[in-house]
Design a protein around this ligand. Structure first.
Ligand code: SME
Length: 161
């Protein structure tokens, strides 16, 4: 699937979105306020994003949904399940070109085809949350998305000190 935005445009949009987010969250230390702002800005940055949000580690091995934009996301994800769980366990970004080919994917929306999930670690390297983005288009996420979203995750990590 050819991306609806070319790599140069995509980089530019991410750069602008990151600048907007930096300005909006400057000095903010509340995790939910920051996540809500990031979700809103990212969701509106690209027309092909249909779900953008966070899952937070609420106790060892368990994620709960945090601020998001899009239709409802499942509320609870144990680390053993889903692309989010894999990201949480491995503490590495997951880029999935076709979720229908992935037996452990959790389908919150039947229309999702591709997904990217990025971990948020605190200064001690502990996982605190993951950032999850879904699209109805297959194969839509690439290294440009991964790099930009990992950089954005760094902005959110600031709240963990
Ligand atoms: N697809 C995710 C679950 C979260 S929703 O997509 C919002 C997963 O497999 O972990």
């Amino acid at each position: 699937m050819e991306s609806p935005v070319n790599p140069a445009e995509k980089r530019q949009t991410y750069q602008q979105t990151r600048r907007n987010i930096q300005a909006l969250i400057a000095g903010e230390r509340d995790e939910i306020a920051v996540m809500a702002t990031v979700a809103a800005e990212l969701y509106h940055a690209f027309a092909h994003f249909h779900w953008v949000g966070f899952y937070r580690v609420v106790r060892p091995g368990l994620l709960k949904v945090g601020p998001y934009q899009g239709s409802h996301g499942c509320l609870t994800i144990p680390f053993e399940h889903g692309v989010c769980g894999r990201c949480a366990r491995d503490k590495t970004s997951q880029v999935v070109a076709d979720v229908t080919l992935l037996p452990y994917h959790i389908a919150c929306s039947g229309t999702t085809r591709s997904e990217i999930v990025v971990p948020l670690l605190d200064a001690r390297g502990e996982l605190r949350a993951v950032l999850d983005i879904d699209s109805d288009l297959p194969g839509i996420f690439d290294a440009v998305d991964q790099e930009a979203l990992e950089a954005l995750a760094d902005e959110v990590r600031e709240v963990y000190g």
